[in-house]
Design a binder for this molecule. Structure first.
Ligand code: PMT
Length: 400
């Protein structure tokens, strides 16, 4: 399995805005993911970051001038986008968006955007008043009507000291937005509800029972579903991970809270995926005060938690249900046993020693047709393999 950007040709346009410094990191991420990157810098962009920076990071010459004689036929505005998979302008200033909306072609970047034969994505970046100005908003509508994809902007602190809409998305989110844009839409129109991470079952205000799930597998799967065009709601136990771009997230601590959140939202979803390592038991009582050390031993009475996945699968009209099984041995036997016992369409089995905590995993899929091992890979690559299998199993959607 390869990265979805390997061998893709991406033309990155950089216009005049302080966010241009973040585009250096974006170019680094694209190159690291295997993309061939060609940077085009406007005169304004060159005031913020030099061509040398982008040349060093992309490993390719940087283009700034429509009259640049380095291109054999002197047609940089045509040749740069031929064979490109996308043009991505980040930051896109208010001025550049206005040029694009009105079909202007008075520098290299605006000319090549007009002459391109590939998708165009822009990541706006400007002061909040400029973003909210009716002229900019009019341009946004024109650009969307023309099929140009907008990534962001974000809201928050701005370089000018004001706070509001107009910040450029972070490089990681622009990167993810581009990957999602270029990914096959295997789950278009599907609504996916997922659980991920561990649960934490409190014993007293400072202690509890939990497990070593990092949430990485669940978050990677949420990201892969979002890339594939699904609307994703992730109910997450306590983890130290950022929410994947395009995914909505509800944070919970205990299995009971996870159960409640899932049951509240499940009716609006057509797929449920349980990746969470849910604690099977919780203390019968949670002490309000910190328990003091007394004897040499201590025991805590435990009671069973609800089985969230089994509960969802037993609903009168359940969504398509996918379970996970983490075992330390006899994976085939236990994973297939869980699929049958919980009445699931698909179970993803992994050995604890392969999948828990780390960045990589090796999984086997179990469905009514048998077992389907996937190659060991990074969790995002494994997640993409799961999405491909899942998409093949889904019933065709009725035409609207
Ligand atoms: O988070 P990582 O560090 O990336 O690790 C990933 C993982 C190993 C946790 C993940 O790949 C995985 O296997 N998750 C399932 C863990 C597990 O063993 O679950 P289980 O065998 O206890 O439960 C089987 C299925 O029922 C799971 O889908 C689980 O989410 C679900 N379940 C279990 C108990 C319960 N009370 N409610 C549930 O919904």
């Amino acid at each position: 399995m390869t990265s979805s950007l390997s061998n893709r040709k991406i033309v990155v346009g950089v216009t005049g805005g302080i966010a241009a410094y973040k585009t250096a990191e974006l170019v680094r991420l694209l190159v690291k993911a295997g993309a061939e990157v060609h940077v085009v810098l406007t005169e304004g962009g060159a005031h913020f970051v030099t061509a040398v920076t982008f040349q060093a990071l992309s490993g390719n010459p940087v283009w700034t001038d429509a009259w640049d004689a380095r291109m054999d036929n002197n047609m940089a505005h045509i040749d740069l986008t031929r064979g490109a998979d996308a043009v991505l302008v980040a930051p896109a200033s208010a001025d550049f968006m206005s040029k694009l909306a009105h079909g202007m072609a008075n520098d290299l970047l605006s000319t090549l955007c007009l002459a391109r034969d590939c998708p165009l994505l822009i990541a706006p970046a400007m002061n909040r008043q400029m973003w909210e100005n009716p002229a900019t908003q009019r341009n946004v509508r024109l650009l969307r009507d023309d099929g140009i994809a907008l990534l962001g902007p974000d809201a928050g602190d701005q370089a000018c000291g004001e706070v509001g809409n107009g910040r450029m998305l972070e490089p990681e989110d622009i990167f993810e937005g581009l990957v999602a844009f270029l990914s096959p839409k295997l789950l278009a129109g599907r609504r996916v509800l997922m659980t991920a991470g561990p649960t934490f079952e409190a014993i007293d205000p400072v202690r509890g029972i939990t497990n070593i799930s990092s949430g990485k597998m669940g978050y990677a799967l949420a990201q892969a579903c979002a890339r594939a065009g699904a609307e994703v709601l992730l109910v997450s136990g306590p983890v130290a991970l950022d929410t994947p771009y395009g995914v909505s997230r509800i944070d919970v601590h205990s299995a009971s809270q996870m159960h409640q959140a899932v049951m509240h939202h499940v009716a609006a979803h057509d797929i449920f995926i349980g990746v969470a390592a849910v604690a099977d038991y919780r203390p019968v009582e949670v002490a309000t005060d910190k328990i003091k050390k007394t004897g040499a031993e201590m025991s805590v009475a435990l009671t069973r938690n609800p089985d969230i996945l089994a509960g969802v699968a037993a609903l009168p009209s359940p969504p398509f249900c996918v379970g996970f099984a983490a075992e330390s041995r006899a994976l085939d036997e236990y994973a297939e046993g869980k699929r049958v016992a919980k009445k699931l369409q698909l179970v993803v089995g992994n050995l604890v020693q392969d999948g828990m905590g780390g960045d990589d995993n090796r999984v086997t899929l179990y469905d009514a047709a048998g077992r389907h091992p996937l190659p060991a890979a990074s969790k995002i690559e494994v997640a993409q393999g799961i999405v491909e299998h899942l998409a093949r199993m889904l019933p065709a959607r009725a035409p609207h």
